[in-house]
Every structure is written in structure tokens, then in C-alpha cells.
Design a protein around this ligand. Structure first.
Ligand code: PHE
Length: 404
């Protein structure tokens, strides 16, 4: 090693040195030289060529003593750490905001500029070493802790009978899936729609302008944003028409909400399944055919249906579809209030205004819509007498209708 006293590093005030052995011809800043030798050999080789130990070397030796001590201290504590919590404490103690490394780093400002880089590097090295050791120890400890847990698990008797009660689907879910499947096989797509809708979708797009008396029957929960909880699945008609255009076959089940005084037949939260079919030459015959086919499938027997006039602003003509009572076969019994018929599904031919709102060409296309009461259907199919059971969350009651 040779030192040329008149050559100085650009970045620092220290001398250059030439490392004749390895990097012949290359000059190294004395600071870098110091670090290279220190790392490779240790302190005793550092002072060759100097008559007395320069101050920066003294400082650096001191700094290295500090980092060495810190590392030793860390290792001592690490050897004692035997849980994830103690490791975490150690991490905070050494690497945390107020930890030892941070304290060492805070000394950086008092270190002369030319030594800052070396100082920072040294602290970083210790920091990285601590991080690595902590990570290794953590992996080890987690493994040990898991094993401990496994070892401490109770032995159990595999021959004991086990509880195989896996619960059951809600009657509405069962009926919804059944009806979806029937419509799917008839070429309908199944759509989902939000429970929170705006006034346009729930009413205006369905030919129910503001202040129309038809809104009275469909009071609902209004949000401060002006949106509302949908009162019927018809609220999705407009979006679905815009999404697919014509021709179109879709069913869209959903939860609906209305301001209702509850009793055995009324609930403020209930389920419907809307269906629309739009194509050239769609007529009431198509509506009757699809409803009859679907209901016969659901009840597993041929059902008779009839249409009565019914008013809904979004269909023209509008109907109430009744099915002949399956209990008395139409003769009259308490279930059908002696009429022989049960009201099941409002429906009708989609009003041209509604088709127009949905961007459908009314010169070319017509369509039907129905709003099947899924809650009603489930009650009929499973003989549920009180609608409130369905939202009760009472597992005992709910699971008995459909078995396991
Ligand atoms: N949306 C209507 C209701 O809930 C039912 C309906 C749907 C009527 C489709 C006609 C056509 O009262």
C-alpha cells in the first residue's frame, strides 16, 4: 500500500491509497480502503503506513466496536427468545422507531461528511443482519409452535359416531334455484341486480311518474342519498333491456322491501323473481305457456292457470295469474278460501313506454313480464302458514320444510 499525500478524494478530505496487491493502479479513497481491509482482515492491518492512527480511523474503530457490541447484545437476547411475542419485542427493541439501530442512525448527523457513507453502511449492515436473524428465528419458532399445538391436540376416538348435520338451504334459496333452472332450460339468462336502486329504475322507467298513486302501495326505505331499497324486481327491467337489447329472455330474482305492517301473510322483506321475454310477435299466449310450464315443473304436476285483469302501470294489458288450487283441485277448500283458485303471479304485456325507456324498438318488438312471488311460492310448496318464519333465522323451523 502506498499513500500519496497530495492526492485527495473528491468527496472527502482523506488521502488516496493505492492497493498494489489487487487493484494495481486503482486509487481508493482511504475510507473505502479502510472498510475493505477491515472487513477482510480486522483492525490490526489498518495502520500500516501511518506513523500514528489518524482520527477518522479511531472513530471508525470506535463505531465498529459499537456495532459489534450491539450485534453481540442482540444475539444474546435472541438466544433467549422462545416465542413469537418475545421475537416481536426484540424486533421493536432493536429495529423499532426508538430502537438501538435508530439510536445509532441518529448519530449520523454528528459524523463528519466524508465518513457519513461508511458510517451509514456499517449501521445498515448490522440492521440487515439483525433482520435476517430475526426472520430465520421467526420461521423456526412458528414451526416449533405449530408442532407444539399438534402435539398438544387431544387424542380422539375415530370410532365415535360423528355429527353429520351439515345444515340445509333456506326454502327460498331452494325454490329460487329450482325456478332458475327451469327458466335456464327454456333459454332465459339469469341476472342479478342491486337491492339499492334509484327512483328512475324503481318507478319512472316503469311508467310510474312522481306522485302517481301506484307509488302508494310501494312505500319503502329511502336513503339519505335519495336512493331506495327496491320495492319490486321490476326495478331491474330497464337496465337489463339496455344491457342486452332485443330479442331478450331473462329472469332476475331478488330481495324486495316495502313499508308493511307484518302479519302471517305480510312481510316488509320478501323475494320475487321477475321475468321478461321480448321478441317479434310475443303475445299473451307465450306468457301463459311459459307460466304454465314453469309452475307445472315446480309443483311436479300439471297446473291449470287463469288470467284476471290487474293494473300495473308498466304492463298493458296487465293480469293477475291464478293457479287452480292443488289441494282441492278447484272445488274450494280453506286453503283457497273456497274459490278454487290461488293468486300467484302478476304479469302482463310490457307497456310500450317501458320498452322505449329501455331503448327497444316498439315497432318491431313486443314482450311480456311477470313478477313471481318467490316467498309466496315457497309458502305454497312447503305449506308454510306464516310468512314471518322465512325471515326468522329459526333453523329448527326452516330446516324442517326441505329436509337435509
Ligand atoms: N312488480 C310488480 C309488483 O311487485 C309485479 C309485476 C311484475 C306485475 C311484472 C306485472 C309485471 O307488484
Amino acid at each position: 500500500m502506498g499513500i500519496s499525500e497530495n492526492a485527495r478524494c473528491k468527496g472527502c478530505v482523506d488521502f488516496f491509497t493505492t492497493d498494489s496487491s489487487k487493484n494495481a493502479g486503482n486509487t481508493l479513497c482511504i475510507n473505502e480502503y479502510f472498510w475493505t481491509v477491515w472487513r477482510k482482515k480486522g483492525a490490526q492491518d489498518l495502520c500500516i503506513g501511518f506513523s500514528e492512527v489518524p482520527l477518522f480511523i479511531e472513530r471508525t474503530i470506535q463505531m465498529n466496536e459499537n456495532t459489534k457490541q450491539l450485534l453481540a447484545m442482540f444475539e444474546e437476547s435472541l438466544a433467549k427468545a422462545d416465542s413469537s411475542e418475545s421475537l416481536e419485542q426484540l424486533r421493536v427493541e432493536f429495529l423499532g422507531k426508538k430502537g438501538h439501530i435508530a439510536a445509532l442512525m441518529s448519530q449520523l448527523k454528528s459524523v463528519p461528511n466524508e465518513e457519513k457513507k461508511a458510517f451509514g453502511q456499517a449501521v445498515n449492515e448490522v440492521k440487515q443482519e439483525i433482520e435476517k436473524k430475526l426472520a430465520d428465528a421467526h420461521a423456526d419458532i412458528v414451526k416449533k409452535e405449530e408442532q407444539k399445538l399438534i402435539d398438544s391436540a387431544e387424542d380422539y376416538d375415530v370410532t365415535l359416531p360423528m355429527d353429520i348435520d351439515m345444515g340445509s338451504y333456506h326454502p327460498i334459496t331452494v325454490i329460487q334455484r329450482e325456478v332458475e333452472e327451469i327458466f335456464r332450460t327454456m333459454g332465459f339468462t339469469i341476472e342479478d341486480f342491486s337491492e339499492i336502486v334509484d327512483d328512475f329504475n324503481c318507478f319512472e322507467a316503469l311508467n310510474i311518474p312522481k306522485h302517481h298513486p301506484a307509488r302508494d302501495m310501494q312505500d319503502t326505505y329511502y336513503l339519505s342519498s335519495g336512493q331506495l331499497l327496491k320495492t319490486h324486481t321490476s326495478a331491474a327491467q330497464n337496465s337489463i333491456m339496455k344491457k342486452y337489447g332485443a330479442p331478450l329472455r331473462a329472469v332476475f330474482p331478488g330481495r324486495c322491501f316495502r313499508n308493511e305492517s307484518t302479519d302471517a301473510c305480510h312481510e316488509n322483506t320478501f323475494f320475487q323473481m321477475e321475468g321478461i321475454m321480448i321478441d317479434e310477435d310475443i303475445s299473451i299466449s307465450n306468457l301463459i305457456y311459459f307460466m304454465k310450464t314453469m309452475l307445472s315443473e315446480v309443483f311436479g304436476q300439471d297446473v291449470n292457470v287463469r288470467l284476471r285483469p290487474g293494473f300495473f302501470p308498466f304492463v298493458e294489458p296487465g293480469f293477475e295469474l291464478d293457479i287452480q288450487c292443488l289441494i282441492c283441485g278447484g272445488d274450494g277448500c280453506p286453503s283457497c278460501k273456497n274459490s278454487g283458485w290461488l293468486e300467484l303471479c302478476p304479469c302482463g304485456m310490457i307497456h310500450p313506454n317501458v320498452l322505449n325507456y329501455g331503448g327497444i324498438d316498439t315497432e318491431k318488438y313486443t314482450g311480456f313480464a311477470f313478477g313471481l312471488g318467490l316467498t309466496r311460492l315457497a309458502m305454497m310448496k312447503y305449506g308454510i302458514k306464516d310468512i314471518r318464519v322465512l325471515n326468522s333465522g329459526n333453523l329448527k323451523s326452516l330446516s324442517q320444510f326441505i329436509g337435509k
